[in-house]
Write a new protein. Structure first.
Length: 277
């Protein structure tokens, strides 16, 4: 069986060739989550690579995800933007679902920007808020680092402490302030989904110390930590849980709010890329 190292190497070689990267290193990998993929349209000097053409890439099956990799320039930085990600609930193992981060590692990309749509748990939050993730709670039933360790990627027992890099968070806060708004900050709980949470689970998650909940991001951050990359992660709070009993969350509502906040998120990400890290 072909190893993840070889898969990532082959995919990276394909990307390097198609985007004529030569020995150039890209500066940031950006993962665009539900309803946020449009940001990739603003990338200049772009090379667009559908996931189906990239060796070993799975296809994302979720509505709101475009399933392509866009290489180019955004806000003065060279970027590797994933328009759509893979989730555990789609049926992939977490090692498969995070191949995009492994490929970014093989391309020598030091910084990963993760975006997602999330449910708010802090009652002070409002739908449409942006939250910078300061830490996470992994409640997924798997870990992308499970299985034989490949020391070429990173150590057997990596520490995720500091992966949500305070310097990157500070840069994002500066970018938000310059654009005239502020972000929330908090802890993201990653669950497997695809069902949304029950009201009892929402109460439990709040007791555990989570400020937001979603179905992604944690696996990618763990793989980034393993490969010694730094992460900036931003949640678009599309709905606030636990406020009105009997409220039902829908994917349509999640996409609708994500769409409304899109321009603000775009301003945050572009401003962040324009800051010194
Ligand atoms: N729960 C889990 N994931 C989500 C939610 C939610 O309420 N909203 C957007 N993604």
């Amino acid at each position: 069986m072909i190893s993840m190292w070889d898969k990532a190497e082959q995919a990276a070689a394909y990307v390097r060739e198609k985007a004529s990267l030569g020995d150039r290193r890209l500066e940031a990998a950006v993962v665009l989550g539900s309803g946020l993929g449009d940001l990739a349209e603003e990338i200049a000097e772009r090379t667009v690579l559908p996931y189906r053409d990239i060796p070993h890439f799975p296809r994302s099956t979720v509505e709101g995800h475009a399933s392509r990799l866009v290489i180019g320039r955004l806000a003065g930085r060279s970027v590797y933007a994933m328009q759509g990600r893979f989730h555990y609930y789609e049926g992939y193992s977490l090692a498969e679902a995070t191949i995009g981060i492994r490929v970014a590692q093989r391309l020598g990309i030091p910084v990963v920007v993760l975006t997602n749509a999330a449910g708010g748990l802090d009652p002070a939050f409002e739908a449409g808020d942006l939250m910078l993730i300061t830490d996470h709670i992994n409640l997924l039933p798997d870990n992308p680092l499970r299985g034989p360790n490949d020391d070429r990627f990173g150590p057997r027992f990596p520490s995720p402490v500091g992966v949500y890099d305070p310097r990157l968070i500070a840069a994002a806060k500066r970018a938000a302030a310059k654009a005239g708004f502020s972000c929330r900050e908090g802890v993201y709980a990653g669950l497997q989904g695809p069902a949304y949470e029950t009201e009892a689970e929402v109460r439990l998650l709040r007791m555990l110390g989570a400020d937001a909940v979603g179905m992604s991001t944690v696996p990618e951050a763990l793989v980034a930590a393993h490969g010694r990359q730094k992460v900036l992660a931003v949640s678009t709070i599309t709905n606030v849980l636990g406020k009105a009993p009997g409220t039902i969350v829908s994917h349509e509502e999640v996409l609708e709010v994500a769409e409304k906040v899109r321009s603000r998120l775009a301003a945050l990400l572009k401003g962040f890329l324009g800051e010194a890290w």
